[in-house]
Write a protein that binds this ligand. Structure first.
Ligand SMILES: CC(C)=CCC/C(C)=C/CC/C(C)=C/COP(=O)(O)OP(=O)(O)O
Ligand SMILES: [Zn+2]
Length: 472
């Protein structure tokens, strides 16, 4: 962390001295077939491919190394632009995920600093307005039933577009009603009418409620109780009570708890412990114990650790109190009278209501330790060398195909890694924080919503200014 000797010109020895496993011999597999599961064999194959890439990097000349660690910006932009204009017949399986395609592509372009033509922007606003249900929320395509995941994707897309036309196109009143209809008596949310209840639904509902300033106590009631039931014995968060801890749900559960101002009810030390050990010898993250590395977890796991950089005072406090007392810390303050919410060094007025405007306070007033909780340079190495497709786009792992989902989340993970040594979320990182040339640097994001920080501020001004003016 602080001692990580990283510079963009000479890669640090620590990154290359990971104990990569030696390539397995095929005879190993034959000798002990009963000890190998399918996943274990796949793991060995992945390790072999990744080790080969890192061997090539290690043996390369300094010039070749720099080229290998470069972000192929222009090719990514070309790949993304093609997706906006024309998608082939293979994409029909994503017919119920069209707002997701908008988000993955538009957010990736924004991370790369690329803006859109006004006609493209207008056609996206128009398309999403056809996906908006009259009773509130967005479906996967025109005429499809509203769904929380596509609602999140549509709202984040419009926030990323950022114009008045985009922001005012959201019907917040009907969206609020849709969120209330999705609220379950357990406190959690369901993804759609009569649909499944899980932590994804909780996050997508609360993320849009928070960013659009339509959060209220009816949406929040019982939600924290549900999410703490999803934290498992491993420390990570599962999709629903009794299931297995998973990186995607861990991010969703953690971000939700921050947004409703109840994050101190999770046991953060064991959550941190679980997430940090998901970064493996490949330098990337796996989604769950004993599963394979995958570039998209660079964000789900790396993003969780980025959030925790601001939550460390709470985690530290928890290590000093017995596990059983965590439940008893009240929302407004602990038994000792102190508050355990996002720390405010300036002791400024933190807002009015509990859970109100947390997204803004988290970024502006949270104290962030200026050292990542994971090997952020190693993660950049996995993303740039193992997930990056030189012709444009990103993939899960070597041998997989590129797609827009992995492009979005590999870039988002790369972004949180690059800013992981920054004390404020948008201060330019020191060169030791970056792998490859400094021109690899992406635009900073707000890690609770995964939209560009600038776009978050614009939306905040728009929706929170609106409330002050009494337009809702
Ligand atoms: C905002 C939002 C909607 C977030 C979604 C979060 C997310 C990625 C959840 C993961 C879902 C899941 C169980 C994947 C396991 O897939 P797998 O078994 O194919 O993969 P694995 O082997 O890596 O676990
Ligand atoms: Zn993936």
């Amino acid at each position: 962390m602080e001692s990580s000797p990283v510079s963009s010109s000479s890669p640090p020895s620590s990154v290359f001295s990971f104990d990569l496993p030696s390539a397995p011999h095929s005879s190993d597999h034959d000798q002990q077939p009963s000890l190998r599961t399918v996943t274990h064999l796949e793991q060995l194959r992945v390790e072999e491919k990744v080790a080969e890439i890192y061997r090539i990097l290690n043996d390369a000349s300094p010039h070749t190394k720099t080229i290998m660690m470069e972000l192929w910006r222009d090719n990514h932009i070309l790949f993304l632009s093609r997706g906006l204009n024309q998608l082939g017949p293979n994409f029909r399986i994503l017919d119920a995920s069209r707002p997701w395609l908008c988000y993955w592509i538009i957010h990736s372009m924004s991370l790369l600093g690329e803006s859109l033509d006004i006609e493209v922007e207008n056609s996206i606003i128009e398309f999403l307005s056809h996906c908006e249900d009259k009773q509130g929320g967005y479906g996967g395509g025109p005429g499809q039933m509203p769904h929380l995941a596509t609602t999140y994707a549509a709202v984040n897309t419009l926030i990323t577009l950022g114009s008045d036309a985009a922001l005012s196109s959201v019907n917040r009143d009907s969206l609020h009603k849709f969120l209330l209809r999705m609220k379950d008596s357990s406190g959690a949310f369901r993804m759609h009418h009569a649909g499944e209840i899980d932590v994804r639904a909780c996050y997508t509902a609360i993320s849009v409620a928070s960013i659009l300033n339509i959060m209220d106590s009816e949406l929040v009631v019982g939600l924290g109780d549900y999410i703490i039931r999803c934290q498992t014995y491993e420390g990570g968060i599962a999709g629903e009570p009794g299931s297995e801890a998973h990186g995607g749900y861990t991010f969703c559960g953690l971000a939700t708890m921050v947004l409703i101002d109840e994050v101190d009810r999770l046991h953060l030390p064991s959550l941190i412990d679980w997430v940090v050990f998901r970064q493996g010898v490949e330098c990337g993250f796996q989604g769950r114990t004993n599963k394979l590395v995958d570039g998209c977890y660079s964000f789900w796991q790396g993003g969780s650790l980025s959030l925790i950089q601001t939550l460390l005072p709470i985690a530290e406090k928890q290590t000093q109190s017995p596990l059983t007392s965590i439940e008893h810390q009240t929302l407004e303050g602990n038994s000792d009278g102190s508050t355990s919410q996002v720390q405010n060094p300036e002791n400024e007025d933190m807002g009015t209501e509990k859970g109100d405007d947390i997204g803004f306070r988290f970024i502006r007033m949270g104290t962030r330790v200026a050292a990542p909780l994971f090997h952020s340079v190693a993660l950049q190495q996995y993303v740039l060398l193992c997930s990056q497709v030189l012709e444009g786009g990103f993939k899960d792992k070597p041998g997989a195909h590129r797609d827009y989902y992995h492009t979005c989340y590999c870039l988002s993970g790369l972004c949180v890694s690059q800013y992981s040594f920054s004390k404020t979320p948008n201060s330019p990182p020191p060169s030791r924080a970056m792998l490859g040339p400094y021109s690899n640097l992406l635009e900073p994001i707000h890690p609770l919503y995964n939209v560009l920080l600038d776009k978050f501020y614009r939306a905040h001004e728009f929706f929170f200014g609106m409330k002050k003016r009494g337009t809702i």
